[in-house]
Design a protein around this ligand. Structure first.
Ligand code: GLN
Length: 278
């Protein structure tokens, strides 16, 4: 008896149980869509159809990659962030839901200013800066040290109909202008914690994750230079680890801490208006 699409979907959920845990049903749907070349709604309507051999072979190959520990996002080649589609691929950090906290807060503040110039430093896929440009009409500059990231960020800006300036830079080294806001999701995992990360996260570039022995190397480097790159009263907005708020306050002197939807400390906003020397 050949499988229907519905029964193949259920079998795929079972196959993914160990690798995907609570996300098995979602991932099964997404991989089925990938194999069948349809969206989730179409998949629902196809449940009773017999799956053809070509789609079955494609699905088997996708499931095998997933069982081998490859993140679903790299397999699909596209992931959503702030309701926008971003191309993702190996060598570049996958956009995370946690990071939407930073994008949302930045968009809120830029809208309040009525626009402005924003630098997305360590841009990766470009998801933060592109979302801010898209939703707040900001003029976005994206920078990263990785050529792989810069290429992808340019593709993603075009994909989302946003014009962004793209600069190769190791933090501020290649940046020579001023911005109304700097947003940054730097690597902030402690080097010693990397080996304990989920196997999927370990497929992502170390360059985007490893923040040094105490996870704070990049924040210290940013602290040295950020004021030179902000206009008067400008704001630095950083993604931070859930347990790093006190360290961030110690490094920057002051910071407003914003929590993510899970209730964890996730964003530090450092407003230069609060500095007596700014
Ligand atoms: N939040 C990410 C993770 O836990 C880390 C991202 C980063 O280091 N910037 O995988």
């Amino acid at each position: 008896m050949p499988d229907t699409i519905g029964s193949r979907r259920r079998k795929t959920i079972n196959a993914l149980k160990d690798a995907a845990g609570d996300d098995a049903a979602l991932e099964a749907r997404l991989l089925m869509c990938g194999a069948l070349g349809c969206d989730e709604l179409e998949l629902l309507f196809k449940e009773k159809e017999i799956i053809d051999t070509d789609a079955e072979e494609k699905l088997d190959a996708l499931v095998e990659r997933r069982l081998g520990g490859e993140p679903i996002q790299y397999i699909l080649g596209e992931w959503e962030f702030m309701g926008l589609a971003f191309t993702v691929r190996e060598g570049v950090l996958i956009p995370r839901q946690d990071t939407e906290t930073l994008a949302e807060e930045a968009i809120r503040r830029i809208k309040r200013l009525g626009g402005g110039r924003v630098l997305d430093m360590c841009c990766g896929t470009g998801c933060i800066g592109i979302s801010i440009a898209k939703y707040a009409g900001a003029e976005a500059t994206l920078c990263d040290i990785s050529d792989e990231c810069l290429k992808l960020a340019a593709e993603n800006a075009e994909k989302n109909g946003v014009s962004a300036r793209i600069i190769k830079s190791d933090l501020f080294d290649g940046v020579d202008e001023k911005f109304d806001m700097i947003v940054c999701n730097p690597p902030y995992i402690r080097s010693g914690d990397i080996s304990a990360l989920q196997r999927e996260v370990r497929r992502e570039p170390l360059l985007a994750l490893d923040g040094g022995v105490d996870g704070l190397n990049f924040y210290r480097r940013i602290k040295k230079d950020f004021k030179k790159r902000l206009t008067r009263g400008g704001t630095l907005m950083l993604e931070i680890g859930f347990d790093q708020a006190a360290d961030i306050r110690a490094i920057f002197g002051h910071a407003e801490i914003i929590k993510d939807i899970c209730g964890n400390d996730r964003v530090a906003a450092i407003d230069t208006k609060e500095d007596s020397d700014a």
